[in-house]
Each structure stands twice: as C-alpha cells, then as structure tokens.
Write a protein that binds this ligand. Structure first.
Ligand code: NAG
Ligand code: NAG
Ligand code: NAG
Ligand code: NAG
Ligand code: NAG
Ligand code: NAG
Ligand code: NAG
Length: 387
C-alpha cells in the first residue's frame, strides 16, 4: 500500500532532498540536543526530526487527527513517534511493557528495546473507542521545501506537500505472536490544507520561528492547524469512512514528558468558515514564584476565517479553558468553555477516551459559540495531559 510513498522517498533521495535520513530503531545512550528554532517555515523544516538522537528520556512525535463533520462521535488520531520509555506519556504496545522506567531515574534501570512507535486512536458513531500502539522496526524521513515524506515501516507514514498530507496506515499483523494479538490498521487519511502553519507566538502573517514553550521546555508547532480531511480506514475490521476536518502538529522535548509537564491541553475546532486552535502548557517545578500563577503557563491561540489568520498570539492569560456542565434539551452536557482572543466557544465532550489513569484524556464533540462577530456551530477535538 505504501509503494507510492516508498517510490517518492527514493526519488527525493536522488534529487535535491534537504534531508534524507534513517531514524535509529534503538535508543542512543547519552545526552542529546533538541532544536527549538526552525530555520524556515517550509513544511520540511517544521516536520524535520528535532532531536540530534533519541535517548531513553526524550521524544519526538508527529500527530494527525480528523473528526467527522456529520457526527462528532467519529474521529481518528495517529501519532508517529521516536521516543524512549522514561516519562513517555503514551501507552506502549503490550509486549514491551517491561520497559517501564524506574521512577525518578532517567539514567538506567530499564530495558529499552525500541525507539520507533505508531499510535492510533479511533472513535465510532455508536460511541465505541479503539486504541492501539505498534512498535516499528525502521523509519525513514526526507524533506525538501514544502515536501516532507516519512515511512514508519510496518506502521504507515505520510507524504506532505503544499496542498496538504496523505497519511497511510499499513499495520497488517494477521497472526498472534511475541505476546501480540492480530491487528489490522489499513487505509488512508487525505488532508487538504485550509490554514497556514502556526507556532507559539505567531501572529497573523508573521510566523514565529521560535518553537519552544518555556526555556528548556517543550517544542510545539502546529504544522497544519486545519484541513479538510477525508478518511477511509480499516480499523481492525471496522470500516471508518468519513469527511470532516483534521490537523497535524508536532511535539518534542529533550526532557522526560511526564516529569517535566504539569499539564498540557491542546485542541482545535472548526465552526462555519472558522478554524480555531488553542494550547495551554504548564511545566513542572515553576521557576517563577507562586505570586503570579499565570507566569509559568504558556499559551497560544489561533483563529482563521476562510483560511486567513485573523487573530493569533501568546499573551499571558489569553487562553482560558474551564470545565462546564450545561442543561440542554438533550440532557446534561459536559464540556469546556474555551475563551481565546477572537472566539468564545463551548465544546462538548461527547466522546471521552482516557488512558494512563486519566492522566491522558482525549475528547471530541460539538462546538458552538461566538467567533469574531458571528454565532457558529461545528466540531472540536482536544486532549489533555496532566501530572
Ligand atoms: C538524554 O538526553 C538528555 C538531554 O541531553 C539528558 O539530560 C539525559 O541525561 C539523556 N539521557 C540519557 C539516558 O543519556
Ligand atoms: C539509576 O538506575 C541505575 C541502574 O539501575 C543505577 O545504577 C543508578 O544508581 C540510579 N540512579 C539514581 C539517581 O537513582
Ligand atoms: C454518540 O455516541 C453516544 C454514545 O456514547 C450516543 O448516545 C449518541 O447517540 C451518539 N451520537 C450520534 C450523533 O450518533
Ligand atoms: C494483509 O496480510 C494478509 C496475509 O499476509 C494478506 O493476504 C493481505 O493481502 C494483506 N493486506 C494488505 C492490504 O496488505
Ligand atoms: C514485540 O513484538 C515485536 C514484533 O512486533 C518483536 O519484534 C519484539 O521482539 C517483541 N518484543 C518482545 C519483548 O517480545
Ligand atoms: C484486533 O482484532 C483482533 C482479532 O482479529 C483481536 O485479537 C485484537 O484484540 C484486536 N485489537 C484491538 C486493539 O482491538
Ligand atoms: C514579526 O515578528 C517579529 C518578532 O517575532 C518582529 O521582530 C518582526 O518585526 C515582525 N515582522 C512584521 C512584518 O511584523
């Protein structure tokens, strides 16, 4: 299924690839450096691996998601990652659970036997949820200009261009073995880009090259904040086929995530002609005093109309995310009120998917509220990590 991708990767290598690399399937043992500045806003630079190597306590990941326009119960998210087990917030495949870290010790005490992973979450019309993680043996990436291509062999990959992305899944494990059950994740998500890329302190028509949140913090770039998404997947025997909206972002750090993060919430919504995204990140051990509780929270917001950024920025305290419970005709609805410059919306948590004892939660649901000077309705997908 990935033949076109493999072919393109080979072609890119022969021509003018700015980079063409093989990611290591094993963890590096030693300190690594992370890049929190991008040399350009070319998609290949935004998507490029951001760590010099990947060791046990670092991670670099690429996420794609989509939610159905007709029914916000239906969604999918895929994360391709290269990462070690110390402080890793996502669930590893069942047969590698023995690489759980020794608490508080990022320098040993685990048997890390892999560095490449693919994670898939899906939710269905009837509220059913699915999630799976696979270990990948080899991965290659190449990039040039706005083209970025990645293959996680046995997991899937993506091909990005000026127009958007094609993401493919190619997990086809028909037999059980090695402590793993059969698993089938096949098919494609096609994205047609609506909005330009956004980063922490980007403002309309001025992309900020600084991708770090906080001094030694977390790297984040919203490579494609909103896109028209067309999904056709076989999710372990269930057909998931829908049209909706999707996005692609990237997160990385040279520090263990769960130990360096107090909370990270990021989400996005599509309402009418509007694309909205928000992020709020609070690192652990705030270096600032308790007298200014917002001082150590980093926020970012983005509102576009018809693909054109209208309001965006990172002013302290400009993003507010409050849990709500509202009585509606259809009964009691739980959700969040998200207030950012240029938009005040309510997002319902129609479907909730929780893992790691509630420390990682994903939601999708309906969204409605005021964007600019219009009342709009649409769909939202968002997630939170909390430690
Ligand atoms: C991984 O790299 C980070 C950042 O350089 C460093 O702090 C950490 O000690 C390294 N971990 C190992 C196991 O070498
Ligand atoms: C971390 O674990 C390694 C291996 O088990 C051990 O040698 C080392 O002393 C531990 N370091 C700390 C700070 O606990
Ligand atoms: C969404 O799923 C819930 C079950 O979790 C179900 O009650 C509801 O009817 C579904 N909504 C739609 C629009 O299908
Ligand atoms: C999945 O694997 C089975 C068994 O090897 C094979 O028959 C089938 O064609 C594969 N499907 C795809 C889409 O590669
Ligand atoms: C886990 O499964 C993979 C195949 O997907 C295999 O290569 C690996 O050796 C297994 N690991 C363990 C610890 O069994
Ligand atoms: C996928 O389906 C297989 C049966 O074909 C089953 O054994 C396995 O548990 C399923 N995996 C998940 C994550 O649901
Ligand atoms: C863009 O933002 C940078 C700071 O992030 C500033 O130095 C520069 O003047 C801005 N450019 C324009 C055209 O507003």
């Amino acid at each position: 299924m990935l033949k076109p991708l493999a072919f393109l990767l080979a072609t890119a290598t022969l021509t003018t690839a700015r980079y063409a690399l093989t990611l290591s399937p094993t963890l590096y043992t030693g300190p690594v450096t992370a890049d929190y500045l991008t040399p350009s806003l070319d998609q290949s630079d935004l998507d490029a691996p951001k760590l010099s190597d990947v060791n046990a306590s670092t991670f670099d990941w690429w996420t794609f998601d989509a939610i159905a326009l007709e029914n916000p119960n239906i969604s999918v998210a895929v994360t391709f990652s290269t990462a070690g087990p110390v402080g890793y917030p996502l669930t590893f495949p069942p047969n590698v659970s023995h690489i759980e870290p020794v608490p508080g010790n990022g320098t040993g005490g685990y048997e890390a036997d892999g560095a490449l992973w693919a994670h898939v979450w899906a939710t269905f019309a009837d509220g059913r949820r699915f999630r799976a993680s696979v270990r990948v043996e080899t991965a290659r990436m190449s990039g040039s200009g706005d083209s970025s291509i990645a293959i996680w062999h046995g997991g899937g990959g993506w091909m990005g261009s000026e127009e958007g992305y094609e993401v493919e899944l190619e997990v086809n494990r028909t037999e059980s073995g090695n402590g793993l059950e059969p698993l089938r994740l096949l098919g494609r998500i096609s994205y047609e880009k609506i909005t330009p890329s956004h980063s922490h302190c980007s403002v309309p028509n001025n992309f900020s090259m600084a991708l770090g949140l906080g001094e030694h913090g977390l790297g984040w770039v919203n490579v494609m904040p909103d896109a028209i998404a067309s999904v056709d997947l076989d999710v372990n025997g269930t057909r998931l086929r829908f049209d909706g909206y999707g996005s692609h972002d990237k997160i990385w750090s040279s520090r263990p995530f769960t130990q360096s993060t107090k909370s990270l919430t990021r989400g996005r919504a599509h309402l009418g002609l509007h694309s909205i995204s928000w992020l709020s990140y609070t690192p652990q051990n705030p270096s600032s005093g308790p007298e200014s509780p917002n001082a150590n929270t980093f926020v970012s917001s983005f509102v576009a109309r018809d693909g054109e950024p209208v309001t965006a920025g990172c002013a302290d305290g400009s993003v507010s995310i409050q849990p709500t419970r509202e009585q509606t005709e259809g009964g009691l609805v739980s959700g969040y009120r998200v207030e950012i410059p240029g938009a005040r919306i309510s997002v319902a948590t129609d479907v909730e998917e929780s893992e790691a004892g509630g420390r990682h939660v994903r939601w999708n649901g309906r969204a409605r509220g005021r964007v600019g000077d219009a009342d709009e309705e649409g769909v939202a997908i968002f997630e939170r990590f909390e430690y």
